[in-house]
Design a protein around this ligand. Structure first.
Ligand SMILES: [Zn+2]
Length: 268
């Protein structure tokens, strides 16, 4: 009992420390790309040893909460239902889907949720496993998209290499309007671009109805006005019109309406 309480306290204190951290990290990220706005929040100092303690003790808790039979279902092979290409950004998490990620979600992550930069991994999910849905999940305030909108020539070669494929997306930005609005539109344009890229890669599967490519944005900043943490559907198989998206058979089992919309004033 004492140990459980101690762990609970540690988890709480760790969460409290981390609660402020994303702000600092996000701000630092923005500064690094020359686009930071406002003062950076103070970075809480979390010793590496505390982080490792939480990782290892957290895993022990996970083991305690999952009986051996939990692993029986997937001990020999995986049968995920969804391939997701999303950004490495720590603010995007797989729990947002409402299904247990274990053995259900095949996740491919890189900066800017780009198919081309992890094409082999995406192929594995779509062609080998194979999942019926490929979701491209962008997110509000994506640092990779922001970086690609500016001068990133000072970045390390490996980072530049992973940002370069975003150039065709940023080329669609007419540079008008406020930066925040342009940024949000470019996040959505990037999702569209990745959906189109995937449609070309998996054309045969999509045309046979064996694969649906869904474009979405995870909005933790309420840019869409639908509440923080919303999953916004913006594209299905290249279709961007909200009305037509709503008619797609892949949404027919929903008991509550999905959030299908676009960044305000974005051209359809
Ligand atoms: Zn991102």
């Amino acid at each position: 009992m004492k140990k459980v309480l101690k762990n609970a306290f540690l988890a709480l204190s760790f969460s409290a420390m981390l609660a402020a951290a994303p702000l600092a990290m996000a701000a630092d990220h923005g500064e690094a790309h020359g686009g930071g706005h406002g003062a950076a929040a103070a970075q809480p100092e979390i010793p590496a040893s505390v982080i490792m303690r939480e990782v290892i003790e957290g895993n022990e808790k996970f083991k305690m909460n999952h009986e051996s039979k939990y692993f029986d279902l997937f001990q020999d092979s995986q049968v995920p239902v969804l391939t997701v290409v999303t950004c490495s950004d720590s603010r995007v998490h797989t729990n947002l889907f409402g299904i247990v990620p274990d053995n259900n979600i095949f996740v491919v992550r890189n900066i800017g949720n780009q198919v081309a930069n992890s094409e082999g991994s995406v192929d594995y999910g779509v062609m080998h496993l194979p999942t019926k849905i490929l979701m491209i999940l962008g997110h509000s305030s994506c640092g990779a998209v922001k970086a690609a909108m500016g001068d990133y020539s000072g970045e390390a070669p490996a980072i530049k290499k992973e940002l370069d494929p975003l150039k065709p997306v940023i080329a669609l930005d007419d540079q008008s309007g406020e930066f925040k609005e342009r940024w949000a539109k470019n996040v959505e344009r990037n999702v569209d671009y990745q959906v189109n890229y995937s449609m070309k890669l998996y054309d045969e599967k999509v045309s046979h109805g064996d694969l649906v490519v869904v474009g979405a944005v995870y909005d933790f900043n309420d840019i869409y006005g639908q509440g923080r943490g919303s999953l916004i559907i913006t594209n299905i198989n290249g279709e961007k019109s909200p009305n037509k998206i709503m008619e797609h058979p892949v949404l027919k089992d929903l008991t509550r309406g999905p959030i299908v919309t676009h960044v305000s004033s974005r051209a359809q």
